[in-house]
Design a binder for this molecule. Sequence first.
Ligand SMILES: [Zn+2]
Length: 64
Amino acid sequence: MGEYICPHCKNPIYDEEALLCLYCGESLRRKTGVMGKLKYPRPKIIAAVVVFLVLISFIILILR
Ligand SMILES: [Zn+2]
């Protein structure tokens, strides 16, 4: 049920918690986290990370 196909090497990943591909080491969630895999159990974390990054970049802009 939790099978995920690595976009880089096309190998199936069965570990839902895996952040990196077990075969090629590429990140699994960064590129498909929002667009392709909305069924992720933790969309709130992704949204939180996005908000955090926006805040950080905003602060950096202000401090320049
Ligand atoms: Zn891979």
